[in-house]
Structure formats: structure tokens, C-alpha cells
Design a protein around this ligand. Structure first.
Ligand code: ADP
Length: 542
């Protein structure tokens, strides 16, 4: 008809569909997890929007409905969620960023087969998994607050259509026309099994509708509300995988209930692996805020950015269910919860850091993020500093500031460090010669944040941190195998000549006892930024 608009998918969507359908074929039941999760999210979003916009109010019996129809060979998922406008249908289901496709296909290639299903969640391409079981998908949606409804339809072969539709209430119906070999997803027991396996933690009710009869398929148990003794390790792991789209075991599980002045339950995890989507891209904590079990938002920033790798749920009694966005920003309750939760995570890290071997994987995954806390959080700086780990000129493996201090030489006043882009270049830097020869340990720093935090920390255990590229460091007082001693007179003439020749480029030329084998080394003036900082400033065009 005239009203049907046909649109080509972007080239990237076609490629992505192909990837999803083929790479994940052996786990294709997860299409149901993805579609149910989208439906539940849409209902959560509608409930949240209704706090400030009455037009969005969710009907009291709102559910996700799963309806198999054996005669028509369709499986329909209906939700009473926020819905999508015509533009949102085209945007959300018809486009994807080129960079996203590349990163996704790269990760698919790198991932072990059993890890692949979690990738589609991490990359936000879950909807396309519908085409693993369906050769045609139609999505009819009405945005809450609007009277218009639209139907999006596609066979997943390069194009989709959009046409006007009708829907009595806001929400979305997704109709899957099942493939010949996907008949199992018309069977109630099979659907029930998959929902229980993947969606039991979803707190929105999910009903399976067979022969007109509706049965609740998920338990919606708020695991974090139960006491520890009632929860098995498997249940913790399963929940961890569910909240964070993870597939590994958590490195740390923190589950506690705060009672008294402040009441909340928290169930938090430190992942055992670095997520595929690098934590560098996302700055804000995504820990979920619930009020009396009900999901409110994952944008409450319950933890500071330097603990953004922590995942999980905080559920409080101390906020009203109809808490608004504005209230979330201003309420002292959240300020107190943030403080308590941050403190608890730091305590856990401090305890776990006592076991050097067990701490290493955590440090290698998330250490650079934790370091940001040194310059971002004045108050917590003192607690964070002992948790940091470093490579050093004197040790293999990782060392800490307290360990470094315990090895300092008699008369050594400062903690020395050297920053560069590349860990291997550090080990052979001529800047280290004089220190090595005298057995003075230097911390070797090569994370991008290392240019910033040492200066912010300033001191540890009352010892100043000093970049060895900055100013002159008097090493003469430490005896070593290669004592430079007094600069002979002939060097004075050389120094004077160099000063004249380089007058436009350097502020000072002097003899140094920092070198053993090399003839010259660049150094930063003692008041200004150190060499690595100067490199960064130059790169930034300053
Ligand atoms: P993700 O959910 O990870 O963002 P998807 O491919 O599963 O990726 O979905 C893309 C987007 O489409 C979602 O972010 C959401 O905005 C929208 N969407 C999907 N399903 C629904 C639904 N049932 N109701 C409303 N919006 C939806």
C-alpha cells in the first residue's frame, strides 16, 4: 500500500545480522533472554518517566506476555513498556554504528565459543538475535504519551518497512515468524524453561500465555534481599552474570545489609575479567538503584567513577518509590549511601590486597581505573594509595608503596618514579643509570593515568614522591659501583659551550651523577611539569 515505507539497512546492520545469526547459532535460545530483557527495561523506563509525566503511568497489572501460536507458527512478546516512536523504531532497530560492528566482530573472533552469547548483550545488539529463530519479525509499538502506533517489519535480509498501525495502549508487540527448525519455541515447557533459566531475576512479571491461560514464568526474587545463608554460590554467580552480562566468576562478591540510621541492601561484584567494552569508554558507575525491590535507575552514580568496574544492586528503604530524577540528584540519602558503599568496597579491596597472588588479577584488570581515585578523591586518597601496585627497577612482579618505603636506603628521602608510555622503554631508560648503580629503587609507571596521580598524591608515609626526570637529584651521597664524584674541570668548559649552543632550547645545562653509561640525558626543571607530562601537553597542542 501507499503508506508502507521501505528502508535499506545500513551496510553494517546486514553484516551484524549475519554475525549474530551465525556465531551464536548453538546458543540461539538466548534470543528470548534478549527480548524479555528489552521488554522489562522498557517497562522500567516507563515507570520512571511516569514519575514526572503522568501520561506515562503504567497500568497496575503490567506484564511481559509471551504468547506462542502453533497454528500461525508465531511467537509474540508483548510489553506495556515505554514503546517507540516511528523515528525510534528506525533508529533503534535499523541502524548501528560502524565502530560498534567492528568492535563486536573483533570480540567475537577473540572470544571462546561459550563466551559469545554474553557479547550481544554487552554490545547492545540483542534485538537482532530474533533472526536466529525467525525469518520474519514485526514490531508494533506505541510510545507512551502518544496516540500513534507504527509497525516495523523485516526478514533480516537488507531492508525493513515502516507503516502506520493501531495499538490500544502504549507498549510493544514483537511477533516472530518462526523458522522451520525453530518449532521448539512454540512449546510451553520449552519457553518456561528458558525464561526460568535466563530471566528469573527480572522483577517485572513475565507471563506465559497458553490456550488463553496465563502463568507467571519468573520468580522475580530479589536475591539481594535474602540472607547470605539462603543463597548458594551458584545463585550468586548466576545473578552476577545476569546483572553485568558477564560469563566468568566474580573476583569479589560483597553482600550486606545496612541497618540503623540508613537502611539498604547491597549486592556488589568485582568482575573476574575486564569487560569487552573497555571501562575507559564509560565514566559513570552503572550500579543499579532499587527502592523496595523496584528498579529505579542505573544512573544514580552510587559509586565514584574510579570504582566504576564494580557491578550490582543497591536497594534502599529510605527513598520514596516515586523518587524523581531531581530528587535523586539532591537527596542526602544517596550521598550517605554512596559514602557507605564506597567505604565498604575499599575495605574489601584492602583485605584482598593482603593476598598478593589473589590481588594480582584484580590489579591487572582494574588498577589503572583505581589510580584515578588518587587525583579525583582527596578524601579517599590515603586509603587508595596502599592499594596501588607498581613495577620497579629493583623487583620483578608487582610492588606497593609500603613495600618500597621498607626498602628505602639510609638517607633516601624521596620515593622515586619514572613515567613513560611504554613499559619496556622504561626498563632501559638512561634516566635510571645512576639510580641502578647506587641500588636505589625507582618505580616504573606506564599507564596513561601515571602522568597525573603522583603529583596529586604528593607524599606517601611522609616521603615526597619525585619524578627522576625533574630537577637535580643529589645521588652523590649514596655510594655506588660507579661513583661519578666531582665533575672534573674539563667538563665545566663543555657545559659552558653546551649552554651557549643550546641557549634557545634548554634553561640549564649541568654535570650530573645520574648517568653511568650514557653521555647526556634530558631533565625537566624542578618547578615545572615532569617529562611525561610535557609530552602529554605537547600532544594536546599546549
Ligand atoms: P540494547 O537493548 O542492548 O540497547 P537491542 O538491540 O536489544 O540493544 O535494542 C536496541 C534498542 O531498541 C534498545 O536500546 C531500546 O531503546 C529499543 N528497544 C528494543 N526493544 C524494545 C521494547 N520492547 N520496547 C521499547 N524499546 C525497545
Amino acid at each position: 500500500s501507499d503508506t508502507v515505507e521501505r528502508h535499506e539497512f545500513g551496510a553494517e546492520v546486514g553484516r551484524l545480522l549475519d554475525l549474530v545469526v551465525h556465531a551464536l547459532y548453538s546458543d540461539r535460545e538466548i534470543f528470548l533472554r534478549e527480548l524479555v530483557a528489552n521488554a522489562a527495561d522498557a517497562m522500567d523506563r516507563r515507570r520512571f518517566e511516569a514519575l514526572t509525566d503522568q501520561a506515562s503511568a503504567l497500568p497496575p497489572d503490567a506484564k511481559v506476555r509471551i504468547v506462542p501460536d502453533k497454528t500461525a507458527r508465531t511467537l509474540t512478546l508483548s510489553d506495556a513498556g515505554i514503546g517507540m516512536t516511528k523515528a525510534e523504531l528506525a533508529q533503534n532497530l535499523g541502524t548501528i554504528a560502524r565502530s560498534g560492528t567492528r568492535a563486536f566482530s573483533q570480540s567475537l573472533g577473540d572470544a571462546k565459543a561459550e563466551d559469545r552469547p554474553s557479547l550481544i548483550g554487552q554490545f547492545g545488539v540483542g534485538f537482532y538475535s530474533a533472526f536466529m529463530v525467525a525469518d520474519r519479525v514485526t514490531v508494533t509499538s506505541r510510545r507512551a504519551g502518544s496516540d500513534e502506533a507504527w509497525t516495523w517489519a523485516s526478514d533480516g535480509q537488507g531492508a525493513y518497512t515502516l507503516e502506520p498501525a493501531t495499538r490500544a495502549e502504549p507498549g510493544t508487540d514483537i511477533v516472530l515468524h518462526l523458522k522451520e527448525d525453530a518449532g521448539e519455541y512454540l512449546e510451553g515447557y520449552r519457553l518456561d524453561h528458558v525464561v526460568r533459566k535466563w530471566a528469573d531475576h527480572i522483577t517485572v512479571p513475565i507471563a506465559l500465555v497458553e490456550d488463553g491461560k496465563e502463568e507467571t514464568a519468573n520468580q522475580g526474587t530479589a536475591l539481594w534481599r535474602k540472607s547470605k545463608s539462603e543463597i548458594t554460590p551458584e545463585q550468586y554467580t548466576e545473578f552476577y552474570r545476569h546483572v553485568g552480562m558477564n560469563f566468568d566468576e566474580p573476583w569479589a562478591t560483597l553482600h550486606w545489609r545496612a541497618e540503623g540510621a540508613l537502611e539498604f541492601s547491597a549486592l556488589l561484584f568485582v568482575p573476574g575479567m575486564k569487560p569487552f567494552q573497555a571501562v575507559e569508554n564509560e565514566r559513570a558507575s552503572k550500579v543499579r538503584l532499587h527502592v523496595r525491590r523496584m528498579f529505579i535507575t542505573d544512573e544514580a552514580e552510587l559509586l565514584p567513577p574510579w570504582l566504576r568496574f564494580v557491578q550490582g544492586v543497591v536497594d534502599t528503604e529510605d527513598l520514596p518509590l516515586n523518587v524523581s530524577r531531581e530528587m535523586l540528584q539532591a537527596t542526602p540519602v544517596l550521598t550517605k549511601i554512596r559514602r557507605a558503599v564506597t567505604g565498604r568496597v575499599l575495605t574489601e579491596l584492602t583485605n584482598r590486597a593482603k593476598d598478593a597472588e589473589g590481588y594480582t588479577p584484580f590489579w591487572e584488570n582494574f588498577g589503572p581505573v583505581l589510580k584515578e581515585g588518587i587525583y579525583e578523591d582527596h578524601e579517599r586518597r590515603g586509603e587508595i594509595a596502599p592499594l596501588l601496585r607498581f613495577h620497579s627497577s629493583a623487583q620483578d612482579g608487582w610492588t606497593s608503596l609500603p613495600d618500597y618505603v621498607s626498602r628505602m636506603k639510609d638517607g633516601q628521602e624521596a620515593i622515586y618514579y619514572l613515567v613513560a608510555d611504554d613499559a619496556d622503554a622504561l626498563k632501559t631508560s638512561p634516566q635510571l643509570e645512576g639510580f641502578r648503580a647506587r641500588g636505589i629503587e625507582v618505580l616504573l609507571l606506564s599507564d596513561h593515568v601515571d602522568a597525573f596521580w603522583p603529583e596529586a598524591l604528593g607524599r606517601f608515609d611522609d616521603k615526597p614522591l619525585r619524578s627522576i626526570t625533574q630537577g637535580s637529584i643529589d645521588l652523590a651521597k649514596f655510594a655506588g659501583e660507579a661513583d661519578a664524584g666531582e665533575a672534573p674541570a674539563s667538563v665545566d668548559a663543555l657545559v659552558a659551550a653546551l649552554k651557549t649552543a643550546l641557549a634557545a632550547d634548554v634553561s640549564e645545562v649541568r654535570a650530573t651523577d645520574r648517568l653511568v653509561e650514557s653521555a647526556v640525558v634530558l631533565s625537566a626543571s624542578s618547578g615545572g611539569p615532569d617529562l611525561q607530562m610535557q609530552r602529554l601537553l605537547r600532544r594536546a597542542g599546549r
